[in-house]
Design a protein. Structure first.
Length: 198
């Protein structure tokens, strides 16, 4: 396995997990598959990570394996319907938080509350909101970042090189359309399993 996944150093403020045996298993799988992680995470206690492009269910699998391999404790919101036994306990162990998408506050409200209730909180989501090609992103991530007053960190996926990458930080302004346009432009070069960002 490439050194970056094995020796990736987390910043001091990053939330960590302690599962050494599970980490070794994740590293072994990544070594066999050839996946890598490049870049450096920001040294901030709270951040919203947005992962693009999202074109396959494999994105989440490889992303979770990398997260486990480096010992990073990132939360992700998922519909409560998939938290059935025995999948539910595993998802929770990996940082999954069940959300009722039809509730009044939904994913946005639940994620904002998670940020506000914890001194250290990192959350990842896919702003495209679907694995199919779409011309519009879901705007929930922008509302979360604004309401929780947290920065956005770009996480890119590039299947030709089998890489996940940590990109720059973006501060969300009062202009949602401009903010989303800036992010979409940044992600343009990266290729998903089934399509590019465009």
């Amino acid at each position: 396995m490439k050194a970056s996944v094995i020796e990736h150093e987390l910043p001091a403020s990053a939330p960590r997990t302690r599962h050494p045996i599970v980490r070794r298993i994740a590293r072994f799988i990544l070594r066999l598959a050839g996946w890598d992680l490049v870049g450096k995470f920001p040294d901030v206690p709270k951040v919203l990570l947005v992962a693009v492009p999202h074109s396959s269910g494999w994105d989440a699998i490889w992303g979770l394996l990398i997260k486990v391999a480096i010992g990073l404790d990132i939360e992700f919101m998922a519909k409560k319907e998939i938290f059935f036994f025995p999948l539910g306990p595993i998802l929770r162990l990996l940082g999954g938080v069940p959300v009722d998408r039809h509730a009044a506050r939904g994913v946005v409200g639940a994620t904002v509350q998670a940020f506000q209730s914890k001194p250290v909180c990192w959350v990842v989501l896919a702003p495209e909101g679907t694995r199919r090609k779409t011309d519009r992103w879901k705007t929930g991530f922008w509302h979360i970042a604004r309401q929780a007053q947290v920065p956005v960190c770009a996480i890119w996926i590039h299947y030709p090189d089998k890489r996940f990458g940590i990109g720059p930080m973006f501060e969300m302004s009062a202009d949602m359309d401009a903010d989303i346009a800036r992010l979409r432009e940044y992600f343009t070069p990266f290729q998903g399993k089934h399509r590019s960002r465009n």
